[in-house]
Structure formats: structure tokens, C-alpha cells
Design a binder for this molecule. Structure first.
Ligand SMILES: *[C@@H]1O[C@H](CO)[C@@H](O)[C@H](O)[C@H]1NC(C)=O
Ligand SMILES: *[C@@H]1O[C@H](CO)[C@@H](O)[C@H](O)[C@H]1NC(C)=O
Ligand SMILES: *[C@@H]1O[C@H](CO)[C@@H](O)[C@H](O)[C@H]1NC(C)=O
Ligand SMILES: *[C@@H]1O[C@H](CO)[C@@H](O)[C@H](O)[C@H]1NC(C)=O
Ligand SMILES: *[C@@H]1O[C@H](CO)[C@@H](O)[C@H](O)[C@H]1NC(C)=O
Length: 334
């Protein structure tokens, strides 16, 4: 290699390295977002999980943070703080991350206070997961203004009050999980007519009462879990041969209805009705189901357990403590 070629090569390498280092050191983070995040860190009392957030670094490279691409100017789109012993409330500054799509506070036992009202400003929010914290107060009705919400999971908290009926107005909601709180009152009548698709509903382990609105019978809910509440009356409208339901858990309520004519969709895979006041017999149609889990124990059922399908695959514990059920896997009928 002659001298001029070597010089040219070295020059190119130099320029390339320069280009690489300048592009790497370029701060993608929007300065407003960085300022806001540093305030959040302070409000949360500099918790261990995000102790490494350094104002000198690009906030898009910080742990617990994701930024969008150039189309949104690399604004912060995700904040996920989980598994920490931090003692604080949700900082009001989370409302000042205007491009946030995902907000997760999970497994923070000493996160207390109400669900921060400034979250109402996050108009792009699609994924809200606040679980295993000690949040109190209501499920806020302002959530229904956040039209991009697809996933709401507020399970394992100390939320109280009733379920806001306006949640049915969310056009993109696919999952509503409010289980393991202290919610009271009825399932809103409005849940019979969701604006958009019908979300999977997980409302178990609360103190919900009253009867299920009749209007829910029109819905084709894929997964519904109402277990461990104080619901009563008829629940037969949740079933239906023409639906595409996959799981129904009504266990440990006070439902009372006649099972004899209830047709279950062939798609149903999990069916738990234990601990209610359900009467009648188990329909023969149920032998056509492919069931992975099944439990009708502790009801007031009577008559012969139909033979066939998956119904004999479950042991007697799935059928015990009824009024007068008989036939395999229980004692044979007299
Ligand atoms: C969390 O709160 C409990 C009860 O208030 C308290 O006893 C405990 O010390 C707190 N833990 C931390 C890490 O602050
Ligand atoms: C909420 O706090 C109480 C005591 O302050 C504690 O016993 C409980 O474990 C906390 N809840 C969660 C979900 O960590
Ligand atoms: C909601 O969060 C809880 C607790 O982290 C989790 O077990 C559950 O699967 C979540 N529900 C949905 C629908 O994702
Ligand atoms: C279920 O579908 C069948 C066939 O499409 C129809 O004849 C029947 O009326 C439907 N039943 C109900 C309860 O909608
Ligand atoms: C059915 O539920 C009862 C009551 O909770 C429980 O004891 C039993 O183990 C369950 N059986 C099956 C097969 O899940």
C-alpha cells in the first residue's frame, strides 16, 4: 500500500469514528421528558430500581423507560417501575409525560394513596397496569376519557367504591381486570353494551353485590371471572350455545338459577360454578364439551350426571355437596 492510500484510509477511519461517536453520544431523550422523569425519581424518593437514572445519560437508555421512534421525536412512551420497596404515592408528574402509552407500577407494597388524577392527561395511554400495591380510593371514572386504553389491570390493591359505569365507553378495551380489591356495588348496567369490542372481565375477590344485568346476556364474553363476590340471582344469561366463550368462573357467590336448560358453548374450556345455590340437573348437552377444568360442587343440583364426554374425567370433588346428584364419579343412582 502506498502512502497516499494509507492516508486516505486513515482519514476515512477517523471520519467514520467521529460520526459513530457523535451519533452515539447524541441524546435522543426529549429535554422536557428528562426533566419530568428526574422529578418523578425525586417524588418516589430515589428508589433502588431507578437509582441509576443519571441526568448525564440519554433518558431513553435508562432502565424502566422506553422511548418512541423519530416519528414521535423519541418521546417517552413507557414507564415501568416494579419490584421495589419504595414508600411513596404515584407522582403527579406522570401526567407530564404526554406521549406515554404504557404505565406500570407493580409489586410496590408501599406505594399508597389514590390513583393519580393527572393520569387523566395521558391521552395516548393504552396499557395501564397498577398491581400488587397498596393503592386505595376508587377506580377513577376519568379512565373512560382515555380512549386509547386497551388494557386496564388494577388487581391486588385496596381500591374501594363501585365500578364506574363509564368504562363501557372505552372503544378499544380488551381486558378489564379489577380483581382482588374491595369493590362494592353492582356490575354496571352499561356493561351490557360496550362501545367497542367486549373485553375479558376479571372482577373476582371483591364484594360486588346485586344481580348480573340481563343485558350481559347479549354479549359474547371470551373470559369472565366473577368468583368470590356476593352476587346473586340468575347468571344463566352468560351461557349460550352460540357464543364463543372460553372460560366462566362464577364460584363462591350466591347465584340461584336452574341449570337444567343451560346450553354451554362448545368452545368453553373452563367452567367453575362451585359454592352457589344452583338448582336443576346437569344437561346432557354438557357431554359434548372439551373441558380442562370443571367444578359444580357445593350447589343444589340433583339427578343423574350425564355419562360421556369429559364429565367422568373429573373426580367426585368436582361434584360433591349437592342436593342429590348421582352417577359416576359419584355413587350410582338408586
Ligand atoms: C412499608 O410500610 C410498612 C407499613 O407502613 C412499614 O412497616 C415498612 O417499614 C415499610 N417498608 C419500607 C421499605 O419502607
Ligand atoms: C399493604 O400494606 C400492609 C400494611 O401496611 C401490608 O401488610 C400489605 O402487605 C400491603 N399490601 C401489599 C399488596 O403489599
Ligand atoms: C393482572 O395482574 C395480575 C397481577 O400481576 C396478574 O396475575 C393477571 O394475570 C393480570 N391480568 C391480566 C388480564 O393480564
Ligand atoms: C344459534 O344459531 C342457530 C344457527 O345459526 C340459530 O338457528 C339459533 O336461533 C341461534 N340461537 C340463539 C339463541 O341465538
Ligand atoms: C371444586 O371446588 C371445591 C370447593 O372449592 C374444592 O374442594 C374441590 O377440590 C374442587 N374440585 C376440583 C376438581 O377442582
Amino acid at each position: 500500500m502506498d502512502n497516499s492510500k494509507t492516508t486516505t484510509l486513515l482519514l476515512f477511519m477517523f471520519l467514520f469514528t467521529l460520526l459513530l461517536t457523535t451519533s452515539l453520544s447524541k441524546d435522543l431523550c426529549h429535554k422536557d421528558d428528562k426533566k419530568t422523569l428526574l422529578k418523578i425519581k425525586k417524588s418516589l424518593n430515589n428508589p433502588y430500581t431507578i437509582i441509576s437514572w443519571d441526568p448525564k445519560d440519554d433518558c431513553c437508555s435508562w432502565v424502566s423507560i422506553e422511548c418512541g421512534d423519530a416519528t414521535v421525536n423519541h418521546r417517552v412512551t413507557s414507564l415501568d417501575i416494579s419490584n421495589d420497596e419504595l414508600s411513596a404515592q404515584i407522582p403527579p408528574e406522570v401526567g407530564d409525560l404526554p406521549y406515554l402509552q404504557t404505565l406500570i407500577f407493580r409489586k410496590l407494597p408501599n406505594l399508597t394513596g389514590e390513583i393519580q388524577p393527572t393520569i387523566a392527561k395521558l391521552k395516548y395511554l393504552s396499557f395501564l397496569w397498577l398491581s400488587w400495591t397498596n393503592l386505595t380510593g376508587p377506580v377513577p371514572a376519568f379512565l373512560s376519557q382515555l380512549k386509547n386504553l386497551e388494557y386496564i389491570n388494577l388487581s391486588f390493591n385496596d381500591l374501594s367504591g363501585s365500578i364506574p359505569s363509564s368504562l363501557s365507553l372505552l372503544p378499544k378495551l380488551g381486558f378489564l381486570e379489577l380483581s382482588r380489591n374491595k369493590l362494592t356495588g353492582p356490575i354496571p348496567e352499561s356493561f351490557g353494551s360496550f362501545q367497542g369490542q367486549v373485553p375479558d372481565l376479571f372482577l373476582s375477590h371483591n364484594q360486588l353485590s346485586g344481580s348480573i344485568p340481563k343485558s350481559l346476556g347479549k354479549l359474547d364474553i371470551y373470559r369472565i371471572d366473577l368468583s368470590r363476590n356476593k352476587l346473586q340471582g340468575d347468571a344463566s344469561m352468560l351461557f349460550g350455545a352460540n357464543k364463543t366463550t372460553w372460560s366462566i368462573d362464577l364460584s363462591r357467590n350466591m347465584f340461584q338459577f336452574d341449570l337444567s336448560k343451560v346450553k354451554v358453548a362448545k368452545t368453553v374450556n373452563q367452567l367453575d360454578l362451585n359454592h352457589n345455590g344452583i338448582t336443576g340437573n346437569i344437561p346432557v348437552q354438557w357431554t359434548e364439551l372439551s373441558l380442562q377444568s370443571f367444578n359444580v360442587s357445593y350447589n343444589r343440583l340433583c339427578g343423574r350426571i350425564p355419562k360421556g364426554g369429559d364429565l367422568q374425567r373429573f373426580d367426585s370433588y368436582a361434584y360433591l355437596h349437592n342436593k342429590c346428584l348421582c352417577g359416576a364419579p359419584l355413587q350410582s343412582c338408586k
